[in-house]
Design a protein around this ligand. Structure first.
Ligand code: P6P
Length: 333
């Protein structure tokens, strides 16, 4: 296959699209540079002292690992200088991240999880960076939270970087889902998975079954369906669960299957489960829909949910269309 970089692909396939503007290309270029820097650190994490915890906790109440913090700082540093953003929001930061006056600004908004799956960093399991891009509604006044709290269907682009056996970038601007693999010898992400489509029905279900006793009856019925020999496939789905959303999602996107993080009663402060709407569910939902799949919270389409707050959590059932439709059917009974 001819070597095609991300930017080349964007320009070739979206000449007429508003997404091929120089400003969006600039945004993507800076994000890609940040990912290359993070990839370098992740890949040598075992060799230098970036493992372990900083001793702080983030807005989610999670202990911040050094690489989490490092990835967050790299993305903020690079993207503040991109000259195309009016605001950023990170899973690691409680509030909106302003763009200092000394930098140019634009109309794009970047929401990101700098290093998702970070609890796996020390054991060399794939982790990832997730990003979601909006355009602000009005360009007159200074940016406010209402500019950022847009429903997922308004995203102009979304994607993730996965730092695994190789480093990949998977993203969509609404014209299909495309995967690029980093060739470290040239330092470029090259097209390796053009026009990804998720199989209509999978053979894999991904969920943390240790929460069984914290789930409601409908959720238990859903999970029982996928592990039952009496389901429509006539055989149980295989359970695959890494505990790293980007890795679990990426495998199911390519092979087919369903990832579930249901609401549960294990933490009264998190009745809607652990995953965040803005920096996890929305970007993954945009990707999966443009790959032919589906994403719901059990009843509602993820991309239709009007966010109420920056770090709002949401139950997530995402993957092959027929499998997610089965979830909707069970919850809808
Ligand atoms: P649990 C990682 O911390 C993360 O946010 C996602 O990447 C992953 O899917 C989920 O949490 C795993 O959560 O409760 O199963 O350990």
């Amino acid at each position: 296959m001819r070597q095609i970089t991300v930017i080349e692909h964007l320009l070739i396939h979206q000449k007429a699209s508003p997404m091929a503007t120089g400003r969006f290309t600039r945004l993507l270029n800076e994000l890609i540079l940040a990912a290359k820097i993070i990839s370098r650190e992740v890949n040598k994490a075992g060799l230098v002292d970036v493992l372990g915890f900083t001793g702080e906790t983030n807005v989610q109440g999670e202990q911040v690992q050094k690489l989490d913090d490092y990835a967050n700082r790299v993305i903020i540093h690079r993207m503040q200088r991109a000259g195309v953003l009016c605001a950023m929001a990170s899973e690691e930061n409680a509030d909106l991240i302003e763009i200092p006056d000394k930098f140019d600004t634009g109309d794009y908004i970047l929401i990101f999880d700098p290093l998702d799956g970070s609890s796996n960093i020390d054991v060399n399991v794939s982790i990832g960076t997730i990003f979601s891009i909006f355009k602000r509604k009005n360009s007159t006044q200074s940016v406010t939270l209402s500019d950022v709290l847009q429903k997922g269907a308004q995203q102009v682009a979304a994607g993730y970087f996965i730092y695994g056996s190789s480093t990949m970038m998977v993203y969509t601007t609404g014209n299909g889902v495309h995967g690029f693999t980093l060739d470290p010898s040239v330092g470029e992400f090259l097209l390796s998975h053009p026009d990804i489509k998720i199989p209509e029905q999978g053979k894999i279900y991904s969920v943390n079954e240790s929460y069984w006793h914290y789930w409601d009856e409908k959720t238990r019925e859903v999970v029982s369906y996928f592990k039952s020999p009496q389901n429509e496939r006539g055989r149980p789905y295989s359970l695959r669960y890494i505990g790293s959303l980007v890795a679990d999602f990426h495998r199911n996107l390519l092979y087919g299957g369903i990832f579930m993080y249901p609401a549960d009663k294990k933490d009264p402060k998190k009745p809607s489960g652990k995953l965040r709407l803005l920096c996890e569910a929305n970007p993954m939902a945009l990707i999966v829909e443009h790959a032919g799949g589906m994403a719901i919270d059990g009843r509602r389409r993820i991309l239709d949910i009007e966010p109420q707050e920056l770090h709002q959590r949401v139950p997530l059932f995402i993957g092959s269309k027929k499998d997610v439709q089965k979830v909707a059917e069970i919850f809808g009974k």
